[in-house]
Design a protein around this ligand. Structure first.
Ligand code: CUA
Length: 401
């Protein structure tokens, strides 16, 4: 018997009868028998190929969209520069798949080398040597990445369902009032451009639904800003690190990259990198306590927020406002809710300002009216506020510059 046929028999016992019926040659064993059924099958294959090609093309074209703020191929910091690796690996895969693809005129079995001891020993040892060589720069890079630079700005990233909190744990980033605690923001992390930032990431509990101190938000998240750094897991009870910097001032979009519940897909954040002058202004403002309006709707909203006149007071169960009695960390800190750098709220699902810079009152109203209606699963309850109460709360929140 033909040696090649023997091999086919060994791997695909089902092929035996076909091959033998076809007259003994392996080539014919794989050739389709004449018949409408099979040529119909080929048509389906061709159609499927077209659909796949169109699908791939549309995905490729979507990637060309100008408004793609989370583009890994457009790195804005040293930690995100991985394009060369991508191009080399993907280029290699493409080259090999095209160069060695199946061709019609090459309808034959490749040489069978089963049982060649010398070759088998060769291709066992060669990869081992390659891996051993690659290990040297890999291990040294791992150590280098794990090193926390002493002069880096320290920020703790806290993952909640479904928003991100940022605690500036650097010694000179404390507020000027009370116990001089760390500056805290939510949804938007503001950093100085060009400075190395050392993030400590952890997942915390809290929220309106937690009872008797049992947190209900402790799930695994993943922190990812494609233009600045890769994904890093955010795990309850653990502290992971990301060391990065942003080359230029700008706003970089990020989002949670680990399924963490209903609103995982909308657990977004922004990193706003400022130049030195803007950064100093931002820090000075953050060190100040929250504004306390003394007249009008804003003051009425503040009274409702704190429950000063016996009405309301639910907000301070979860939200903190710097320099006031509201000190809870269970929900986003609102001290400087309306600062121009605070672009978004509720997991960055809503813009604080309209494109023309005016307050995005409608979004905040909708959120206060019924959080779950605009963001399913939101931990903030619907307090059944009246339209008039909502107006005063909006006025208060937009006074918190
Ligand atoms: Cu947090 Cu997904």
């Amino acid at each position: 018997m033909d040696r090649r046929l023997a091999h086919v028999r060994e791997v695909t016992p089902g092929a035996r009868t076909v091959a033998e019926r076809a007259g003994g040659t392996v080539t014919r064993a794989f050739a389709p028998r004449a018949g409408a059924a099979l040529s119909g099958g080929r048509g389906t294959v061709r159609r499927t190929r077209w659909i796949l090609a169109l699908l791939a093309l549309s995905i490729l074209l979507v990637a060309c969209s100008k408004s793609a703020p989370q583009n890994t191929m457009n790195p804005k910091g040293p930690t995100a520069q991985t394009a060369a690796v991508f191009v080399i690996v993907e280029g290699g895969i493409l080259l090999i798949s095209i160069r060695f693809r199946h061709r019609k005129d090459r309808d034959r079995m490749p040489p069978q080398i089963h049982g060649n001891t010398r070759l088998e020993i060769g291709w066992t040892i060669a990869p081992a040597i390659v891996l051993a060589v690659i290990m040297v720069p890999t291990v040294s890079t791992i150590w280098q990445l794990a090193r926390q630079p002493a002069d880096a700005m320290q920020i703790t990233v806290e993952g909640y369902q479904w928003w991100w909190g940022f605690r500036y744990t650097d010694p000179d980033m404390t507020v000027s009032y009370g116990d001089h605690d760390a500056i805290v923001t939510a949804d938007v992390m503001v950093i100085p451009a060009g400075r190395t930032i050392d993030l400590s990431l952890t997942s915390l509990g809290g929220g309106a639904h937690s009872t008797s101190g049992v947190p209900d938000h402790e799930v695994i998240h993943s922190f990812w800003a494609p233009q600045l750094f890769g994904k890093q897991d955010v795990i309850p009870g653990e502290t992971n690190h990301i060391v990065f910097s942003a080359d230029e001032p700008g706003v970089y979009w990020g989002q949670c990259a680990e399924f963490c519940g209903l609103q995982h897909g909308k657990m977004k954040f922004r990193i706003s990198a400022l130049d030195e002058a803007d950064w100093q202004r931002w820090v000075a403002n953050q060190k100040d306590p929250a504004v306390k309006p003394t007249v009008g709707a804003a003051q009425q909203g503040m009274d409702l927020f704190f429950g000063t006149n016996g009405v309301g007071g639910q907000c301070i169960q979860c939200h903190g406002v710097g320099g006031t009695a509201a000190s809870s960390t269970a929900a986003p800190n609102l001290t400087h809710f309306a600062a121009t750098t605070h672009e978004c709220f509720a997991g960055c699902d809503f813009q604080v300002f309209n494109p023309d810079g005016t307050p995005n009152v409608e979004a905040l109203k909708a959120w206060l009216r019924d959080p779950n209606a605009v963001k399913l699963g939101a931990k903030m309850p619907d307090y059944g506020l009246t339209e008039q109460q909502i107006d005063t709360l909006v006025a208060y929140l937009y006074s918190l510059k």
